[in-house]
Design a protein around this ligand. Structure first.
Ligand code: 5GP
Ligand code: ZN
Length: 206
């Protein structure tokens, strides 16, 4: 099934050119259908954990959650900053004016409450959602609602598995200014593109 398509990366990381990093325990790849300017996936290779549901990982495998956070903020931080800069700025001179801290504030880390792909993967992505691969309201909602479970979610606040499908019928709202676009995806898409430009202006004027 297509749901197993991420398995190749943890089994043969050396064979794929969208792999940014791998070691014995983790593989870090670019998402093939990025839903933001930067969209990366961090995958544990452990064969007894890769098929465990992310909500169960968050509830019961806290040491893996700590390891994922350590990877992102320590081992992989230079790679992530480089990817963020290259995907957000066409001009390296402009990029160099923006502190990494500002970019980290624009990055989110989380799991889908109901993943489409079976092998465990943490989304590491910018907040913009400006991308040709964002093709419908559901794509946007899955990353901008409780369906996107932030890696820092306390165990007591985890959603119940299968309880969130109602979210996909709701109106879409801008992640930044909260403006609602009803169910009008093309208006949301136009607005997201403008919001990214406004944010880039703002951080360059700081
Ligand atoms: P999920 O909804 O399961 O949390 O996210 C799965 C992610 O995997 C999606 O963002 C999707 O674009 C990405 N994806 C699907 N197939 C492939 C693939 O073959 N290679 C890569 N690198 N990413 C993929
Ligand atoms: Zn807005």
């Amino acid at each position: 099934s297509f749901r197993d398509n991420l398995r190749v990366y943890i089994e043969h990381p050396q064979a794929h050119n969208n792999v940014l990093y791998y070691d014995d325990d983790f593989v870090f790849i670019r998402d093939k259908y990025p839903k933001s300017k930067m969209h990366l996936l961090l995958m544990p290779r452990n064969s007894s954990l890769t098929l465990v549901h992310p909500l169960e990982i968050l509830a019961k495998h806290r040491s893996l959650i700590d390891q994922l956070r350590f990877m992102v903020f320590n081992k992989l931080s230079d790679i992530i900053m480089k990817e963020a800069r290259n995907s957000l700025f066409s001009d390296p001179e402009l990029s160099s004016k923006v502190p990494s801290r500002t970019l980290w504030d624009f990055i989110k880390l989380g799991f889908h409450a109901g993943p489409s792909m079976n092998n465990l993967h943490l989304h590491v992505m910018t907040r913009d959602h400006v991308s040709p691969s964002i093709k419908n309201n559901a794509h946007y909602i899955s990353f901008n609602s409780p369906f996107f479970v932030n890696i820092d979610t306390p165990v007591s606040q985890l959603p119940v598995r299968g309880s969130l499908s109602y979210l996909f019928q709701q109106d879409v709202r801008c992640y930044r200014c909260q403006e609602s676009f009803g169910r009008q995806f093309s208006r949301l898409k136009g607005h997201l593109s403008k919001e990214l430009d406004v944010w880039l202006q703002e951080i360059l004027e700081r």
